[in-house]
Ligand binder design. Structure first.
Ligand code: SF4
Ligand code: SF4
Length: 106
């Protein structure tokens, strides 16, 4: 099987970030960086939660791959848009139709 080379932009980004000498072994990304990388920076959609419809089932909290959902003091879901990448998984698994995906206008 022919191996593919990483895209030029990606290699440039890696070189700028770590330098060619200090690449992590096997390209492993350092752990505990979820808070550092704002996954919501590049998304085109955001999850909007209607708290009046939320029945506190916590499906969105458990399913969100970026831990962008948290529960407020009243156990209603909230979304931290800095980390929401707009995948829509939470909206798909909300039994109360309390989450709507909206396109961002920049
Ligand atoms: S859209 Fe995706 S990333 Fe954003 S809150 Fe929902 S599950 Fe998390
Ligand atoms: S999945 Fe829907 S009903 Fe359940 S906690 Fe999230 S917003 Fe509320």
């Amino acid at each position: 099987m022919k191996s593919k080379e990483a895209p030029k932009e990606f290699r440039k980004w890696v070189e700028e970030k770590w330098g060619t000498e200090d690449l992590p072994i096997g390209g492993v990304v350092p752990y505990h960086t979820a808070y550092e990388y704002k996954t919501g920076d590049w998304s085109a959609h955001k999850a909007v939660i209607f708290k009046d419809k939320c029945i506190s089932c916590m499906n969105c909290f458990y399913y969100c791959p970026d831990a962008a959902i948290f529960m407020d003091d009243d156990m209603k879901a909230e979304c931290d848009i800095q980390y929401c990448k707009g995948c829509g998984i939470c909206a798909k698994h909300c039994p109360a139709d309390a989450i709507e995906m909206r396109r961002l206008t920049r």
